[in-house]
Ligand binder design. Structure first.
Ligand code: GRF
Length: 198
């Protein structure tokens, strides 16, 4: 069976990276064997690196410090090239990717709000503090504009279930772990179908 190479990019805690690895690595899908051939982190102090080692994942560390966006992305591209990933899965990756990177690899991202609401780095807090009755998470294609690419899937819950910020955050993470692996498969299906139609 043919391997289908994926990479996961993260910056910090890495709980989504771990969950994706556990759910997707070596899974059979549409006649292919999904293979998380590497995970990549831009922060050498990230706890996710410890998780990656425990998983036995190939972990690449490329710091963005003292580099222009272009230099950093050139290094990412060089590091990823040997793996020829078909898709980059961003899981708490806190750097914006420019067309310089995105023209080489399609990427998807998870965001802790119901997009297009609460884009940006403070989504969790803004969503918690809003007067909305529902909240949720979104998985979307990465485009040049921050948190604005086509939405692949979303999951929502009623705010009244989570009165404190801690319970709200926990619920968001629980939804992320459920949604993201499923949305990766949806994204792959979408891109296969698109490739078929071309
Ligand atoms: C997640 O909440 C994700 O939605 C956001 O960053 C967080 C990463 O958490 N983009 P973790 O590193 O996966 O634990």
């Amino acid at each position: 069976m043919r391997d289908f190479p994926l990479v996961i990019l993260f910056s910090g805690n890495g709980s989504n990276m771990q969950n994706l690895y556990e759910q997707l690595h070596h899974k059979e899908f549409m006649g292919l064997r999904l293979c998380v051939c590497a995970v990549l982190c831009n922060n050498e102090n990230a706890y996710g690196i410890t998780r990656a080692k425990a998983l036995g994942a190939r972990c690449l560390i490329i710091s963005h410090h003292h580099k222009t966006r272009h230099e950093f992305e050139t290094q990412l591209l060089q590091a990823l090239k040997p793996f020829a990933p078909k898709l980059c899965i961003l899981a708490g990756f806190m750097r914006i990717l420019s067309p310089h990177f995105l023209q080489h690899y399609p990427a998807i991202n998870i965001h802790p709000s119901l997009l297009p609401l609460f884009k940006g780095a403070h989504a969790l807090k803004e969503s918690f503090e809003s007067n909305m009755k529902i909240a949720g998470v979104s998985v979307h294609w990465v485009s040049v504009e921050l948190d604005s690419g086509a939405i692949i899937d979303q999951a929502a819950f009623h705010r009244e279930e989570t009165p404190t910020f801690e319970s709200f955050e926990q619920k968001i993470h629980a939804l992320e772990y459920e949604l993201y692996p499923r949305a990766v498969l949806q994204a792959l299906q979408q891109s296969f179908l698109k490739a078929d139609m071309e």
